[in-house]
Write a new protein. Structure first.
Lengths: 248, 216
């Protein structure tokens, strides 16, 4: 082996794989999820930034307004939701840009498989690693804002469903603005109108829970929004990525 | 163009009257060629002649506004999936993730072809002279070594048409020679290669040249 390694560069040999499955979309999807997971876990800063932002907004709010329960408790649902929404938006800005810069996006487009499900893999991993921690952090911040106990479950559930919709819709904006350099503001303008219904139903669910009513209707609407986004946004993301790569 | 291969089999890839315009500048016009299996097609021309644009056009990364492309005699629109799964494109930017190790990078590219064989990928890295670097993240590698990671795909891919944009960039002499011999082996095994390069490749058997940048 050592002797051969000295001559290794003389000619590269063709290797024949011993195990060859006929590639299937499901297999490629799993590989895409695995690769994205490895990648995003190693970008620790990108994972922590939205969490820090979310926590900072909620921590600073009582300092700026008033630390009393009478004032904080009524606004807690809105503050938590707005802070979470902006944190999700912030985390999405650079979703596809590194892929454009290192050629991964080109490779995705020429890989021979439908781009929509593979870009969905990326967004789902992003949601799992960036948004689910937000959801887990939210109850703690809720306590700081005197959010009533009975609303904590609804807070987590509404954020879980809502952040999925926000990630999927935001990814369309991120894909559309990938080709044009620093684009944070443009992406925000593009995406924010579509964030309004999620915000309204999310805070609606919270208000219902705080006042002791059932939040089920709002949560069902949030789930519906998430499912619609899940079904439609991958195709929009794929089309947007194609435009970004062709540079036209 | 003289066809050396048997005419009864349709060309792998046929381009008819392609033109490409970038930023209001005509790069090429009425460009037609056939690519048969066993051929190495070198795109030639000065910088800015449209070599990369042509490759990207063939790979489907640029929209085809004029002309048509045939894959095994059929219009590409009707056999898009078959074409893409038979084609391997490596651009200037090879899609190597610097946060991942060479092995993890190759895992993804292998998965695209249904290969899940760790030993094979390790062997591929050993082939391209990256033995011992399997577990180093790619940001620790030099430009030439990253290029080698990308080109390691060529050792195990089962895809038949390779589109390579400046594959020899940043490679040392011995790696260039090794890649050249790999290209020849691939073409002799009924594959085909289209590449852009400023290297002199005259010595390679089966080489054809396509000059660009002569728009009148």
């Amino acid at each position: 082996m050592s002797q051969a390694s000295k001559e290794k560069s003389a000619a590269f040999c063709r290797l024949t794989p011993a195990i060859m499955n006929s590639p299937s979309l499901a297999g490629v999807f799993v590989a895409a999820v695995k690769r994205e997971w490895q990648l995003q876990v190693r970008r620790k800063g990108d994972l922590i930034n939205p969490l820090v932002f979310f926590a900072l907004v909620v921590v600073l709010f009582p300092l700026g307004v008033s630390p009393t329960a009478e004032i904080l408790a009524p606004v807690a649902p809105g503050v938590l939701w707005v802070a979470a929404l902006l944190a999700v938006l912030m985390s999405l800005d650079a979703l596809f840009r590194p892929d454009l810069q290192d050629g991964s996006l080109e490779q995705l487009l020429v890989c021979g498989y439908p781009v929509a499900p593979l870009s969905l893999a990326k967004v789902l991993v992003h949601w799992l690693l960036s948004c689910v921690p937000l959801v887990l952090l939210a109850p703690l911040l809720g306590i700081m804002l005197y959010l009533p106990w009975q609303a904590q479950g609804v807070l987590m559930l509404s954020l879980l469903l809502g952040s999925l919709a926000l990630s999927l819709v935001g990814a369309i904006g991120a894909a559309l603005t990938t080709g044009i350099g620093k684009s944070g503001v443009l992406m925000t303008l593009l995406v924010l109108p579509f964030y309004m219904p999620v915000l309204i139903f999310g805070t609606g669910a919270m208000q219902a829970a705080v006042s002791g009513h059932s939040a089920l209707a709002y949560l069902a609407l949030l789930a519906a929004l998430a499912l619609v986004a899940l079904a439609l946004s991958p195709w929009a993301i794929a089309a947007a990525l194609r435009i970004a790569v062709s540079g036209e | 163009m003289i066809k050396t291969s048997a005419k009864s089999t349709p060309a792998l890839l046929t381009a008819r009257k392609l033109s490409c315009e970038r930023d209001e500048r005509l790069l090429f016009n009425n460009l037609s060629f056939d690519l048969y299996s066993g051929e190495l097609l070198q795109l030639e021309g000065p910088n800015g002649a449209g070599k990369t644009s042509l490759l990207r056009l063939l790979a489907g990364l640029l929209p085809l506004h004029q002309g048509e492309l045939l894959w095994r005699g059929e219009k590409i629109g009707s056999c898009r999936e078959d074409f893409y799964q038979s084609m391997l494109f490596i651009g200037h930017l090879a899609g190597i993730k610097t946060e991942l190790t060479p092995l993890e990078n190759l895992h993804w590219f292998a998965a695209l072809e249904g290969i899940n064989d760790e030993a094979l990928l390790e062997q591929a890295l050993w082939q391209v002279g990256l033995a011992g670097y399997e577990d180093h993240p790619c940001y620790q590698l030099s430009a030439g070594q990253k290029r080698r990671v990308a080109l390691a795909r060529l050792t195990f891919t089962q895809r038949s048409v390779w589109l390579l944009d400046e594959p020899f960039t940043a490679l040392d002499k011995s790696a260039v020679a090794a890649i050249e011999s790999l290209l020849v082996k691939h073409s002799q095994a009924d594959g085909a290669v289209i590449l852009t390069s400023h290297h002199a490749l005259e010595a390679l058997p089966g080489l054809k040249k396509l000059p660009l940048g002569e728009v009148s």
